[in-house]
Design a protein around this ligand. Structure first.
Ligand SMILES: Cc1ncc(COP(=O)(O)O)c(C=O)c1O
Length: 478
């Protein structure tokens, strides 16, 4: 994989004004209603007006949702938003009000909402054949698998398609256990890998764990440079892996799973040097190394196509979802031909995994990423945005940490920089104010006090300036 040059000069060049969404420039240019807040900074111009919406209003939808949907569903904002349209890095509510989307459907919409090329690929495929079965041949699944394999290092070239990240990780954990004959898996504290029986075991945050049987997973010290005991010394954290192997298992393990940057966990970058040391120890104990690229993969980190590449490691299994479909439900597990053989021991089947519509959409995503140089954009504009957020940190004491790469950025709010006391209530106020000024952003982390900035990768420098101005005003109101 080609590593992108990170010189100051290149960054400056990228910060020069660039044309916004050329593929949309011919769209109608009638201004949509903008922000609710008159003193808000002006949102960058965007030539698109969504069609009129005459469907049910937020209040009615919320009533139905409360009555007919799971009580476990939660929502952002004091007044929940009814989002009815999306175009590239913008979303529109029931009144046609435009919002800058800095959350990207939770790091999922990578090429932009309703990207015309991806919509076209999906519609064309749906018109031709929407679903048959993988027991027949169809070129969509084979073409996408080939394209995906070409983005992988080493011998990682066999693809299994699933419908979600959870399913992909369930399958990866099973493959590792079958291949090694060992049940024990090591995952990182604060990691999130899904919510089915196996993946909930690997997920290591109490708020995402239900009281059901979750066997065979050991949770290692998190190499968290901001809150961890060893700062940025990755190798010191990795010693815990060796201790788990020696004191918590037979001495042999099935595998190790981790994100390169923890997403749900609050955009925590693993301390440098951690992954190479951890992979080494796990492999010596017979285990396979699984990279969960559900959030950090597919060009989002900018410097690399896959998050693990920034750590100089090559995993044995890579899992992905979210960005790979730009919103179409799809996940994938990629491994080596040798490891993939374990699934021939029994029948393995997934009705929708590799469905023609989702794989046609996924293939279109890869083409758009390349055509529009979105990885480069994530790198240059993401670096610029991070620089501006760091400047904001100098102004607002409540910002304890700014971290992440490309368009996988986190801003942690704390009421006391020394004690790192999570600013839980404050972050909700800031989010509500930002929404009023036309910016949608995510939040997460174990304490729920970290802004998660994961926009579509077509986010521009002007969008970044607007985002920072809005965040600045919202923080000043605290
Ligand atoms: C790193 C990571 N892995 C796995 C998952 C689970 O993916 P899904 O929600 O598609 O099942 C998520 C979801 O947020 C995730 O962030």
């Amino acid at each position: 994989m080609q590593r992108l040059a990170s010189s100051r000069r290149l960054l400056q060049a990228a910060l020069a004004p660039r044309r916004v969404n050329s593929s949309l420039s011919a769209a109608a240019a009638v201004a949509a209603p903008e922000t609710e807040n008159a003193c808000a900074p002006k949102m960058p111009h965007f030539d698109y007006t969504p069609p009129p919406y005459d469907g049910p209003r937020a209040k009615e939808i919320f009533r139905k949702r409360t009555e007919f949907l799971s009580p476990s569903l939660f929502h952002f904002y004091d007044r929940p938003l009814n989002i009815v349209d999306g175009k590239m890095q913008y979303l529109f509510d029931e009144d046609g009000r435009r919002y800058l989307d800095a959350f990207g459907g939770i790091a999922t919409v990578c090429c932009g909402h309703c990207h015309p090329d991806i919509v076209e690929a999906i519609v064309n495929q749906a018109k031709r054949i929407q679903h048959s079965t993988v027991l027949y041949l169809n070129h969509a699944i084979a073409d996408f698998a080939e394209a995906l394999a070409s983005k992988m290092p080493g011998d990682l070239k066999v693809v299994f398609f699933t419908n979600s990240g959870t399913e992909a990780n369930e399958l990866a954990l099973m493959i590792a256990r079958l291949y090694t004959g060992s049940h024990d898996i090591i995952s990182l504290r604060n990691g999130y890998h899904g919510n089915a029986a196996g993946t909930m075991g690997a997920t290591a945050q109490s708020n995402w764990k239900f009281n059901i049987v979750q066997t065979g997973v050991h949770h290692a010290l998190n190499p968290d440079p901001y809150r961890g005991a060893f700062g940025s010394d990755g190798e010191k954290y990795a010693r815990d892996i060796q201790e788990i192997i020696e004191f918590g298992t037979t001495g042999r393990v099935g595998g190790f799973i981790s994100e390169a940057i923890q997403g749900v966990g609050g955009i925590v970058e693993l301390a440098p040097g951690y992954l190479p040391a951890a992979y080494n120890m796990v492999r010596k104990a017979g285990g396979l190394c699984i990279a969960d690229e559900v959030q950090a993969g597919v060009a989002r980190t900018g410097s690399h196509f896959w998050g693990f590449e920034a750590h100089g490691v090559i995993p044995d299994i890579v899992t992905m979802a979210k960005g790979i479909g730009n919103g179409i439900p799809i996940g994938a597990v990629v491994t080596t031909p040798e490891i993939a053989q374990v699934l021939t021991r029994r029948s393995y089947f997934n009705t929708f995994g590799g469905n023609p519509v989702s794989t046609a959409g996924g293939h279109a995503v890869l083409k758009v990423l390349e055509k529009e140089k979105l990885q480069e954009n994530a790198f240059f504009v993401g670096s610029y945005l991070k620089e501006r957020l760091n400047l904001l940190k100098e102004k607002h004491d409540i910002i304890g940490d700014v971290r992440g790469r490309g368009f996988l950025l986190g801003v942690e709010l704390v009421t006391d920089r020394q004690a790192k006391t999570p600013a839980k209530a404050e972050i909700s106020h800031v989010m509500n104010h930002m929404k009023e000024m036309g910016v949608l952003v995510g939040k997460g982390g174990f304490y729920g006090n970290v802004f998660r900035i994961t926009p579509p990768l077509c986010f521009t420098k002007e969008d970044s300036d607007f985002f920072v101005e809005v965040m600045d005003i919202a923080l000043s109101k605290l």
